[in-house]
Design a protein around this ligand. Structure first.
Ligand code: ATP
Ligand code: MG
Length: 550
């Protein structure tokens, strides 16, 4: 990326430094490449069959999705086989032209909402089609303009991979490139620290100390590797569901040694250390940015991007009306972090050794088991509910198998016409069981004279769909009258007798229908000798009829 020099701040009257009311737009004043409005999926390629091309290492083709990883020590974007989710693979093989025109991103994820946008990328909340979990995917805004620009963008992947294991750095999943853009899948966080500030406005000081501790730990992991972040600000700190703050956006991370060798890029001017203007990049610059971010967070102060206040803040003059709101202890720490001279500024080690922060770390150590336990409990509760759902499905299945073995019901095959409704199309509405895998079919046909011992555990519970169908119709239509099925719970003794009777009758009489027909007045037109018993069940009139099992 072209290095951009910051203009010298203008001297203008800037006395309005309180945070504006949040109106849904985060107005960041910075000196970065201009924002480009882009569409990601609009890349046309009529000749490419992407379902074949995924994983291919052959072409140096931007249309092909390549996995990016530096885990082996060097970038393996061209050699790595792109991990495609199983469902995506299935989709790509089964769906025809449509899936061929889908990007790897579309194949693997369902895009839900936009989480945020920076100068380099847009971040979306997505659902991974392979595991149905929620993630965040950052898509770079600008196309790779050249090999140098691409290499710089890919550096972010290296940094994400490097810090992914740290508790206070965002967890990285994987990255790939396609259509000259970089895609990065990472853990989904609840919100950024900036969003949190706008939501809460007043953050209790206790919480501020915890946030500072989290960020110092994250920053220490970078500084220990001689790396500097250069873009520490509230937008680039994310909060997860456990309220842990995590450093994100490693797009500008650079080696301390390379930093002063014209390779560094300034971050947001509101958080920028004064020495950056002279081109001095160091770990102390990160400490200044963190210090001023803490000032913003604890005093709800709108940081200037230039003007007299910008200079005052960098000369160690913090506005009294704001700083007086916080404790002297916190004031001192912030002032130490914002020292005009980078050599006077605190280091991460010094800050972590501060009595207040040291005490908190000690307390946390004793709480660590409790924290782990609560995390385990939350996870196992989720797993337990999933298991319960599976068990319920398994129990239904067993019940149906049992019923089938006992000949209590016959599953309706597609070739059979359900008998409770004359309309074949509506009788078996595109079965829900076909759309939801693992859920037992609700449509079934009762065999009229099958014995059922216990009325209470009658499968009418599963007949809801069928019941509803019948009750919706009220008085049966002429067509339905001809096709009313006998779904009556039948007394076991009766049925044994019925069976014997019906089988002996079969020998002497022509085959009878197991249907009841209803006359115009709503009474059954069938011979009264066929109705063995009438009863009511759940407000419905039920009939026991003599039917032929055939
Ligand atoms: N994993 C995530 N979970 C939730 N929200 C996220 C996640 N990653 C990023 N965001 C949101 O998207 C915004 C932009 O992300 P990010 O800072 O990575 O983009 P950027 O273009 O590199 O930004 P910058 O202009 O700071 O360089 C963040 O401020 C945050 O609100
Ligand atoms: Mg950012």
């Amino acid at each position: 990326m072209d290095k951009q020099r910051l203009p010298m701040p203008e001297i203008i009257n800037d006395d309005k430094h309180r945070h504006k009311q949040f109106n849904g737009h985060f107005d960041s004043n910075r000196f970065r490449p201009p924002k480009v409005k882009t569409r990601y999926i609009a890349v046309e390629n009529n000749n490419l069959n992407r379902s074949q091309s995924f994983g291919s290492c052959s072409a140096n083709n931007s249309q092909i999705a390549h996995a990016i990883s530096f885990r082996g020590g060097s970038e393996c974007s061209d050699a790595g086989i792109l991990p495609t989710s199983p469902s995506a693979a299935a989709a790509s093989s089964s769906m025809s032209t449509m899936s061929c025109n889908m990007s790897h991103f579309e194949q693997c994820f369902e895009r839900l909402t936009k989480l945020g946008e920076g100068s380099f990328g847009e971040v979306f909340q997505v659902r991974d089609r392979s595991d149905s979990r929620l993630y965040a995917v950052k898509i770079s805004k600008q196309l790779f303009r050249g090999e140098q620009y691409r290499a710089e963008r890919l550096e972010e992947v290296r940094r994400y991979e490097e810090f992914s294991g740290h508790e206070n750095c965002i967890r990285f999943i994987r990255a790939w490139e396609q259509y000259d853009r970089l895609f990065m899948q990472m853990e989904l966080c609840r919100e950024s620290l900036e969003q949190y500030l706008y939501r809460c406005r007043h953050i209790p000081e206790d919480r501020i100390w915890h946030i500072l501790l989290d960020l110092l730990r994250g920053l220490k992991s970078l500084h220990d590797r001689n790396l500097i972040h250069l873009d520490i600000k509230l937008e680039n700190v994310l909060i997860d569901d456990d309220d842990t703050c995590k450093l994100a956006d490693f797009g500008l991370v650079i080696d301390v040694d390379k930093a002063n060798n014209h390779q560094a890029t300034e971050g947001d001017s509101r958080y920028m250390a004064p020495e950056i203007l002279q081109g001095h990049f160091s770990k102390a610059a990160d400490i200044f940015s963190l210090g001023i971010a803490m000032l913003e967070l604890s005093c709800y102060m709108d940081l200037p991007s230039n003007g007299p206040l910008w200079h005052e803040l960098r000369q160690g003059k913090l506005p009294e009306e704001f700083i007086s709101k916080i404790s002297v202890e916190l004031q001192q720490v912030i002032k130490w972090m914002m020292s005009p001279d980078p050599r006077q500024r605190a280091t991460t080690e010094q800050l972590l050794a501060h009595p207040r922060l040291a005490r908190m770390q000690k307390q946390e150590k004793s709480m660590v088991t409790l924290k782990l336990l609560s995390k385990c409990f939350r996870r196992s509760r989720r797993a337990f509910w999933l298991k319960m759902c599976n068990l319920k499905t398994a129990a239904y299945r067993c019940l149906f198998y049992l019923l089938e073995i006992l000949h209590l019901y016959k599953p309706i095959t597609s070739s059979q016409t359900p008998m409770y409704n004359g309309n074949t199309a509506t009788a078996a509405p595109s079965s829900p069981s076909t759309s939801v895998a693992g859920v037992p079919r609700l449509e079934f046909q009762l065999v009229g004279s099958t014995p059922i011992g216990n009325r209470d555990c009658y499968i009418s519970d599963f007949l809801l769909a069928m019941d509803m169908d019948l009750s919706q119709h009220g008085t049966p239509t002429a067509c339905e009258r001809e096709n009313l099925v006998n779904s009556t719970p039948i007394n076991h003794n009766h049925l044994t007798a019925n069976r014997q009777r019906s089988s002996s009758a079969r020998k002497t009489q022509p085959e009878k229908s197991n249907l009841l027909s209803v006359d115009e007045n709503g009474s059954f037109a069938t011979s009264p000798s066929k109705v063995l018993e009438t009863s009511s069940f759940r407000g419905k009139k039920l009939f026991t009829v003599d039917v032929d099992e055939e």
